[in-house]
Design a protein around this ligand. Sequence first.
Ligand code: NAP
Length: 274
Amino acid sequence: MQVVEAHGARIPQIGLGTMTLKGDVCVQAVKAALQMGYRHLDTAAFYGNEVENGEGMRQSGVRREEVFITTKVRENNLMPDAFQRSLDQSLANLRLPYVDLLLIHWNNKDIPFRISIGALCKAKKDGKAKHVGVANFTTRMLDEAWAVTTEPLVCNQIEVHPFINQDKVLEACRKHGMAVVAYVPIARGKVPGAETLERIGRAHGKSAAQVSLRYLIQLGCIPIPRTANPAHMKENIEVFDFSLSDAEMAELRKLNAANMRVVNPPHAPVWDTP
Ligand SMILES: NC(=O)c1ccc[n+]([C@@H]2O[C@H](COP(=O)([O-])OP(=O)(O)OC[C@H]3O[C@@H](n4cnc5c(N)ncnc54)[C@H](OP(=O)(O)O)[C@@H]3O)[C@@H](O)[C@H]2O)c1
């Protein structure tokens, strides 16, 4: 599996998103994904499926060291004691001594970065996370977090797909040498059926979903599409055997003008504007 390197982390360039996958559906999806070649899993304390991610990983027979697993701490658990309790519970759920990547899931504007980022860095120093990073951070938040962090923040996990303009935050991640993990990479189902992506896909014998994932890979991002459907799962990993031309990339970039944001909860920050 192709990897993206950032500050010493080597992150497999496709991951399995697992939000909303519950119970045995999640166990079977994780197991099937690892057995078909996935090496990167994305979960979170908030998703309520860390137990199932761990179980699927063990049932797959793939060695722990070969899997890159990410979990996240919620915005209401960013004070040091709560942070540590959340992380310890995540590790107990996963039945693992450490995760490969630990993220702040959403910032909490009432907690200074030196406290929340401090708690994140402590997790790395304690050996409970090999690498640490953030999610849903804007350009300003990245600059402020980098000003106080004692450990490299290896990634920013953010919404990226062809229908959103994320140029400013992508540039800020490049400036800080951070990997970009792209969530909702097929725009939560809005990619299949979209004319431009379907047409480009037909020219390569690929689906619209595969075109969106390939677009993200060529941007240097790490897409984490979510599915429990084995056919979709297989499709989503078969994106390393074709390339989009410069003209096709430019056409897909034009779709950014729609600037459609799928994920925008009440605790979201004031996003960068294009
Ligand atoms: N950090 C954050 O704040 C944050 C926020 C949102 C998401 N995430 C992470 O990102 C992951 C992905 O985001 P998401 O789950 O919201 O959206 P997504 O991956 O863009 O879309 C998932 C939807 O796409 C469909 N799909 C998947 N592969 C397909 C294919 N090859 N062809 C057609 N349809 C396909 C799935 O349906 P089927 O089940 O029928 O395949 C599902 O309905 C999440 O699971 C989570 O791990 C993180």
